[in-house]
Design a protein around this ligand. Structure first.
Ligand code: SF4
Length: 406
């Protein structure tokens, strides 16, 4: 998010990690586990303590977006979410621009009730991100999800009834046993519901998950155990782009699509390297080019939350980004977005032309048809925007590696 002349405070995104799930999905390597009611109560207390203790670090910032991620944040009660939001409003200054801050909560089907949804709305949640993954009950079962398509529909309709007018649906392709026809069915059923936003990722087999045992490198070769082949995976990716474009969903990032005006402001702020404050187990923060993560150890987190000098015991993996690392991130993250990176913004941040730093990489990628440059007027003068072409996005690992200094 850009700073404007009217706003002298620096923009800030807040991420809150809620590490509870009813049970683990078979493919999941996120920091989440089942938790009983008492554990949730204690966790929320720890989170509130952390927020209050760390807030002074972000003096001079104004909150533009809040994101409750997990895990399954919708396992918290309306009252717990209200207390967290009240705490944030007490210790942070919130933006009144663009209709106020975007406040997203991830939710899973089967965990929502009308009362909870009404409470969430009252607490200030104005965007829901619901994890569907697939519209096929068979595929959902293979993923180890806790819900069926019908459960999802019920949650989605409840959310609409309670007035949520900005909903994302998370989908996942290249699932075990999935065919391109099956994936199309998921896309069609999803689009029929007219969500404002759709995220569509390919399944990645992560080490340490049950899926790794079943489908990973050590298991039988890909394809022989009901995972789609590379070609089918590519085909589904192509189907997603074409079908969602046809249905009016603009792709604004490699895996994210939205109706006009509904791109996720929180995610964009990550890709634009806006400062963000992460609270909760394992949550990452970025402040003035210093990045750190909280401990992923639940016991350590809870113990640290009881100490006065909270900041030190929680912070791990502190990384002071060098100027070159900042430039690399600027390119890596910015080029994920379809509107690409702005040379003007690069100059504002680094006081050197982008073309001077990356002359060779730009020339090479443009000559290979992976990158294009468009010029236009920006609010503060002429601007050149560099963005990956469709082909460049397809081979983005290669294209982005050209911006590494080492
Ligand atoms: S619901 Fe999400 S966070 Fe929880 S186990 Fe499944 S994939 Fe992981």
């Amino acid at each position: 998010m850009q700073q404007t002349a009217r706003c002298s405070k620096r923009p800030l995104g807040i991420y809150l990690h809620i590490p509870f799930c009813i049970r683990k999905c078979l493919y999941c390597d996120f920091l989440s586990a089942p938790g009983d009611e008492q554990t949730k109560i204690e966790y929320v207390e720890a989170l509130l303590h952390e927020i209050r203790a760390q807030a002074p670090l972000y003096d001079g910032h104004e909150v533009k977006t809040v994101f409750f991620g997990g895990g399954t944040p919708s396992l918290l009660s309306g009252e717990q979410i209200r207390r967290i939001m009240d705490c944030l409003h007490t210790v942070f200054s919130f933006s009144a621009e663009e209709g106020g801050a975007e406040v997203t909560m991830e939710a899973n089907p089967g965990t929502l009730t009308p009362e909870k949804l009404a409470d969430y709305r009252r607490a200030g949640i104005n965007r829901l991100s619901i994890g569907l993954q697939s519209a096929s009950d068979e595929e959902l079962k293979a993923l180890g999800r806790i819900h069926t398509w019908k459960d999802f529909l019920c949650s989605y309709e409840l959310a609409r009834k309670e007035g949520f007018a900005n909903i994302n649906i998370d989908l996942m392709s290249a699932l075990p046993g999935q065919t391109p026809g099956g994936w199309m069915e998921t896309l069609e059923k999803t689009v029929r519901l007219k969500p404002e936003h759709i995220s569509a990722y390919s399944l990645i087999i992560e080490e340490g998950t049950p899926f790794y045992e079943m489908y990973g490198e050590a298991a039988a070769p890909r394809g022989s155990k009901a995972l789609p082949t590379e070609e089918e995976d590519r085909l589904m990716y192509g189907q997603t782009k074409a079908f969602l474009a046809e249905a009016g969903y603009g792709r604004y990032e490699i895996s994210n699509y939205s109706l006009p005006g509904f791109a996720c402001r929180h995610n964009i702020s990550y890709w634009e390297r806006t400062d963000y404050a992460g609270f909760g187990l394992g949550a990452a923060s970025l402040l003035e080019n210093v990045r750190w993560s909280n401990t992923p150890d639940r016991r350590q987190y809870m113990e640290a939350s009881g100490t006065a000098g909270l900041v030190t015991p929680l912070k791990q993996a502190v990384q002071h980004l060098s100027r070159q690392e900042q430039m690399e991130e600027f390119m890596f993250l910015g080029l994920r977005m379809t509107e690409g990176v702005s040379s003007r913004r690069f100059y504002r941040e680094f006081h050197i032309p982008l073309e001077e730093v990356y002359r060779e990489a730009l020339r090479k990628l443009m000559s290979e048809g992976l990158l294009v440059c468009g010029s236009g007027a920006a609010a503060d003068g002429e601007d050149s925007r560099y963005r990956l072409t469709e082909w460049g996005i397809d081979v983005s690992n290669y294209a982005l590696s050209e911006f590494l200094f080492a």
